[in-house]
Design a protein around this ligand. Structure first.
Ligand SMILES: Cc1cc2nc3c(=O)[nH]c(=O)nc-3n(C[C@H](O)[C@H](O)[C@H](O)COP(=O)(O)OP(=O)(O)OC[C@H]3O[C@@H](n4cnc5c(N)ncnc54)[C@H](O)[C@@H]3O)c2cc1C
Length: 311
């Protein structure tokens, strides 16, 4: 029977894909298979979650070589008779989804934030017009590649009867040679995973960044920013950007300092549980989105807030 194949190199994201796949399986009757590449640990984790797991062990297959991974997935989809491949729409997954769809002659949707099955068809919701609206779209080709925005689905819960099989594939000669892979130096923060975010914008002054950072530290949160703070002012690294071209975050609490609330920013934070925004312009869009809005000058508020937090 045709099935659903899911893959992400990150276990947490793979479990989110598993939740979405179970939703599709319920509406279509397709069975679910999960692929792991060169990771015994991930393969064991997936089996423990009750997934029918296939493991490709190929030391010559480098996960940083997206073309090679796409080729591996193409072969796996063929061997497992998958008609739907679900990936994560993180940075690498987005590239992978396009490459794989091209190889499989499949329709492809990325950045999917929710889905439902109607009349046996998978309908996907994704932000459109820069996040100003949500479009519902479905793929019409027989083969489908769907990439889900991280944290759009809860990680899958336990189910029994998982299994593990090794899968052999042909390694194609690659057009690129990966000389070295390493994490970005000096900034290991994962703002998508943070429960508390202090998000700074151009309404801040550079000298006050230390005050915003100490608030984040006092609350056990992370500091994040609007795009120009990283790309133009270079006060923070680009992986701290919230928004359309940055990260989509869902913290329990977001404290937003000196950000106007353009749609490209808002789309990255609107799913926060509670939003507190401080801005000196009472007409700033961000104040309309906030649960708690304060019209005030950051120059006055930040020292007071620090004092209140014991700094
Ligand atoms: C294709 C595309 C993708 C984009 N992607 C992103 C993205 O992913 N993320 C993103 O953030 N942006 C993105 N942008 C840019 C976005 O449109 C905005 O330009 C950006 O979000 C504005 O950043 P900001 O709110 O920090 O600055 P501004 O718009 O300049 O707002 C600064 C705010 O600070 C307030 N302020 C000033 N002084 C003080 C003070 N002393 N006290 C209190 N408040 C004060 C002002 O009233 C103002 O509201 C994108 C744009 C495009 C075209």
């Amino acid at each position: 029977m045709a099935g659903i194949l899911i893959y992400s190199e990150k276990s947490k994201l793979a479990l989110e894909l598993l939740t979405a796949a179970r939703l599709i399986a319920k509406g279509t009757g397709l069975n679910i298979k999960i692929l792991c590449i060169n990771s015994d640990k991930q393969a064991e984790e997936m089996v423990a979650q009750g997934a029918e797991t296939y493991h490709i062990k190929e030391q010559n297959l480098n996960l940083a070589d997206t073309a090679a991974v796409a080729s591996a997935l193409q072969q796996a989809a063929g061997k497992l008779d998958a008609s739907i491949v679900i990936l994560s729409s993180n940075r690498r997954g987005k590239e992978l989804s396009g490459r794989l769809a091209q190889k499989l002659d499949a329709g492809c949707l990325s950045d999917v934030t929710s889905l439902q099955v109607k009349d046996g068809k998978v309908q996907c919701a994704r932000n459109a017009l820069g996040g100003a609206t949500i479009a519902t779209q479905q793929i019409e080709t027989d083969m489908q590649v769907i990439a889900l925005a991280p944290r759009s689905f809860e990680p899958a819960g336990l189910q029994d009867s998982g299994s593990l099989k090794e899968m052999a594939i042909e390694i194609e000669s690659s057009l690129i040679k990966v000389l070295e892979s390493r994490s970005k130096a000096g900034d290991a923060a994962d703002i998508e995973a943070a429960d508390i975010l202090v998000v700074v914008g151009q309404g801040m002054e550079q000298g006050d960044m230390v005050l915003a950072e100490s608030i984040a530290r006092a609350l056990g949160g992370e500091i994040a920013c609007s795009k120009p703070v990283a790309t133009d002012k270079k006060w923070l690294p680009e992986d701290r950007i919230v928004g359309l071209s940055g990260k989509k975050c869902k913290p329990q609490l977001a404290i937003i300092l000196g950000i106007s609330g353009q749609v490209q920013f808002n789309v990255g934070i609107r799913d926060a549980n509670t939003i507190i925004a401080i801005n000196n312009d009472e007409n700033a869009y961000i104040l309309q989105m906030a649960d708690y809005a304060m019209v005030a000058d950051l120059k006055e508020v930040l020292p007071e807030l620090n004092k209140a937090l014991g700094y």
